[in-house]
Each structure stands twice: as C-alpha cells, then as structure tokens.
Design a protein around this ligand. Structure first.
Ligand code: C2O
Ligand code: CU
Length: 523
C-alpha cells in the first residue's frame, strides 16, 4: 500500500472507531431510552408456515402480543415426563468483591462458576437463585432443552428478579462438553463472571486417566477501555490480530497433573466475550500428538492423530482433545498469540515462537465419513440464506456499529419459520471483515460446506459455527424442537449491536416481552 492510501485508510478507520466507541460509551452509560418499550417475539398469529425453498419470511405485521386459541405458549413447552435419575443443583448468582479487583458477578462464588457434571440420560434440575442487584437468567448453551428452560429473558421467561428464583429442567441427552451462562443483558453479565462448564459424561464411562476442563475467558483484571478497543481495531485492520488477554480457569497459566503414559481428555471452552473483530481463540496442543475427538460436544467419527496445528475456536465453541503424556513427562495447551500455557504433567515445556503461523485445523476433513441424513448433497425441505453484515448507523436513537442478519438488526431482523420435521438448510454468508460464531439455540447444526468446500470427513455437528471474514458456511438442522429460539452471533458485542434473529415454529406464543417495560433484554 502506498503511504497516502495507508493514511486514508487509517483516517477512515479512526472515524469508524470513534463511531463505534461513541456507541459503546453511550450504551454503557445507560442514559436515555436505549430500547423499545415492549416487543412480543411470539410467532402466534403473525406468520404462516413457509413454503419449501422459500427465503426469509416477511416481517410480522405487528409484534404485539396475540394469543389465538390454537397456539401453544412457551410455558407449556416444558419437559415431557422422564424416568431418568434426577440430579438437582442450586446455583446462586451473587456479587463478589475482592480488594484491588473489579467487582465480579458469580455463580456460587467462583469465576468460572461450578462445573456441573452429569451422566447421559440424567434429568437435570437446576434452581437459579438470584442474589444480584439486577435480574438474570441462565441459558444452557448447546443443550437441546425444552423451550421453557432455554433461559432467554423476554422470550422463554421473565428475567429472575433480585431475591427470586427459577427452576430449569432438561434431559442430559447427548454426552459432551457444554456450558451455561447468563442470557439477560448477556453483553454485560457474562463477562462479569456469569458462566461455567456443563459436562455430560457418557453412560458407559470412558477410559481416560484424567478428564480436565479448560474454560477460557476475558481477563477481567485487564478489561479494555474504549481507547484500547479503538487502537486494537486499527491494528487489526492492518492484519495484526491482537486479541484481548484471556485467562484459563481464572488464572494466567494452568498446571494440571498427569503421569507419563497417561491419557488425558481436555475439554476447551471458549467463554470469552470476544473483541470487536471477533478474533477466535487460537490454541496449539504441544508436546505430543493429539486428537480432536469432539466439537461442541459431538464426537468426531474416527479422528486422526494430529500434530502442529492451530485450533481456531470461536466464542461459544468447544473442542475436546485427547493427548497422551509422552516420556518427556509434559504436554501443553498453548495460546498461539501469547504463549500462555495450560500444562499437563511435569517437566519443561518448550514453546516455539510463531505458533500462530502453523496451519489451522480443518474441520471439513477431520475423521472419517458416516452416513448422515444431513449430508452436503441432501435435499432439504427449506433453504434459507442469512447474510451477516455490519455498518455504522443509528439504532435505538444512538450511533453504533450496527450488526445485521439479512439486513436487519434485532429485534427487527427477519425471522426464519420452520415446521416440525423439516430438514432445514441455512447458508450463512459473512459480508463483513469480522468473525461471526453463529449459535442456534435448541438444535444442533450440521456443517455441510465451508466456503463452498463440502465436508468430506466425519459429520461436523456444532451448535456454534464460526464463519470467517468474507466467507460462507452452509449448515443444516432437523427442526425437532418446537419453540421460539434465538440464532445469534456469540461475539457478545456483535449480538448486542443487533446480530440476532429468531428461528420459530408456527403458532407459538409467549407471555413475555422484551423491552424497557419488562426489563427483559436477552443480549
Ligand atoms: Cu451461549 Cu444465546 O447463547
Ligand atoms: Cu459476530
């Protein structure tokens, strides 16, 4: 680039950054009336079923509450009777203030909160007790819960007021690595500490010597000022990715035990809020060959043994690894940007420079294919395209970097209507220079194609699919869980700036509303 072009670029960026920062500062200042008064997101009465092959539905004419007689309320979409063993948990959301640290919001007094470990088939019963000064709710990320237990404020429940409680019920159906977090003002509440791991162990216990969880999240002691975000944005625009510092299990570095020859399962959860660019976590397993055995809780069929690859893990995603401690006595899970390590075993872990230059793990060719109805060449009952964009503009009377799905920002983004039993194909087209890990509630997405390259290995099933800047991802799911569900970017600032939409089944009503009247804000 010539110097003049560079300077021009910087100027344009500075202006964008100022707009973004202004939006950011104004929003965090909580002045004015940032959101609509009352919006009802029910599908009842406002939308009919979509013909196969149709694209995005029309906006419903009115989003005011309507509940014609032939509708089902989200409150009635609870758990069917089960005879699974009941496992009950109590989670108290509370404030924690330690000298010299920023005030944290915690589940049961720790950040991350307590790991919930259950067994496949268990009936999980969790009571959230709110001791925070603000309303809150819990979302069970990646679990196909019944709609009424999805934890989305203003959609499936009213946010739980201070001093009150709410009980969630679901079946731990598919073993794997999941997590839970606040879904009320998520943008603020999750980074303050309201998140934790949720592990479903297989009924037939697996044979690993150790089973560790690594929860990555933003370093709340180094939280970013608006100025730092601007500077980061400028650097990123020149191809220098400088993600904010992360902590692993609440520490700078983690040390875990294992002896030579032992096999360790490592469950990596990216619970970070993400930066403006949505830069994924980049992790390199070092010291021994490893396998990626599961993505977002779903097993890879016959995974290969790998070495020297970067795992690019978007916000909300999980990667499960299996690694055997070699004769050196130590292996590590290393952050490719910073060299920050979680070490397993004892000894000296040598961390090469330029880890970030290693090739990235390719999920389209990992493992071995198995027959699956949701194959790249399958015929689908409905095909949708969802474009992901961002542009500076006005929203709720404020300047912000608006993030859109099919041109609209939540709650004015178009809705996808699906019918029970349909096989639905969604093409995600990222028209922006940012990363967007797109998360669908209540269902599992199967990745068909990444940037038009079909998946040739094991089926890839994820609840959060990372769409790279200016790339596409074709995904599919079976509509088997009636309700009102969100689909949104898991970069929390992108979601807060509008990158959310609804995936709904026809004729479902909700008694809850989003807006200042109810105080329910999902993102
Ligand atoms: Cu993990 Cu709607 O979010
Ligand atoms: Cu995004």
């Amino acid at each position: 680039m010539s110097k003049a072009v560079k300077i021009a670029c910087v100027l344009v960026l500075v202006v964008i950054c100022i707009i973004v920062t202004a939006g950011f500062v104004i929003r965090s200042g909580k002045k004015g009336n940032p959101s609509p008064e009352s919006i009802n997101m029910g599908s009842a009465g406002s939308m009919g079923p979509m013909p196969p092959g149709a694209h995005t539905s029309e906006q419903p004419e009115s989003k005011e509450a309507k509940s014609p007689a032939n509708t089902v309320s989200v409150d009635d979409l609870g758990l069917a009777p089960s005879n699974g063993p009941v496992k009950s948990f109590a989670i108290t959301a509370e404030v924690m203030k330690k000298a010299g640290q920023s005030e944290l919001w915690t589940y049961n007094g720790t950040v991350p909160g307590p790991e919930i470990r259950v067994t496949e088939g268990d009936h999980v019963h969790v009571t959230l007790i709110n001791h925070l000064p603000v309303p809150t709710s819990i979302h069970w990320h990646g679990i196909a819960v019944p709609n009424r237990s999805d934890g989305v404020a203003g959609l499936t429940q009213d946010a739980v007021k201070p001093g009150q409680s709410y009980t969630y019920d679901f079946i731990a159906a598919e073993p794997g690595t999941y997590w839970y977090h606040s879904h009320t003002n998520t943008f603020e509440q999750e980074p303050r500490g309201l998140f934790a791991a949720l592990i479903i162990e297989p009924r037939n216990r697996s044979h690993y010597d150790h089973d560790y969880t690594l929860v990555y999240f933003d370093d709340y002691n180094k939280s970013q000022t608006a100025g730092q975000i601007v500077w980061q944005r400028i650097q990123q625009s020149f191809g220098r990715e400088v993600p904010p510092p992360v902590m692993v299990n609440g520490k700078e570095e983690e040390e875990l035990e294992a002896a030579r020859g032992q096999t360790v399962r490592v469950r990596i959860i990216n619970a970070s809020a993400g930066d403006m660019q949505g830069t994924p976590l980049r992790i390199v397993p070092l010291g021994a060959p490893f396998q990626v055995v599961a993505l977002d809780g779903h097993d890879i069929h016959k995974p290969q043994t790998l070495s020297s690859e970067v795992l690019s893990i978007g916000q909300g995603q999980r990667y499960d690894l299996v690694i055997t401690v070699p004769s050196s006595g130590i292996v590590g899970v290393v952050n490719a940007f910073s060299g920050q390590a979680a070490s397993i075993g004892q000894g000296n872990l040598s961390i090469p420079k330029n880890l970030n230059d290693l090739p990235t793990f390719d999920l389209t060719s990992s493992g071995v294919p198995v027959l699956s109805a949701l194959a790249p060449d399958a015929r689908f009952d409905a095909n949708y395209t969802v474009t992901l964009g961002s542009k500076p503009g006005f929203r709720f009377g404020q300047i912000e970097l608006i993030h859109t799905m099919n041109g609209g920002a939540f709650p004015d983004s178009p809705t996808l209507v699906v019918e029970k039993g349909q096989m639905v194909h969604v093409r995600l087209e990222n028209k922006s220079a940012e990363y967007h890990p797109i998360h669908l509630h209540g269902h599992v997405l199967t990745v068909l194609r990444v940037n038009d390259r079909p998946v040739t290995g094991s089926p890839v099933r994820q609840d959060t699919v990372l769409v790279y800047p200016h790339q596409t991802a074709d995904v599919a799911f079976v509509a088997d869980n009636p309700g009102l569900w969100m689909m949104h970017c898991h970069v929390l600032i992108h979601a807060n700036f509008g990158m959310d939409m609804m995936v709904v089944y026809p004729n479902i009503s909700t008694p809850y509303t989003i807006g200042t009247k109810s105080g329910n804000f999902p993102d």
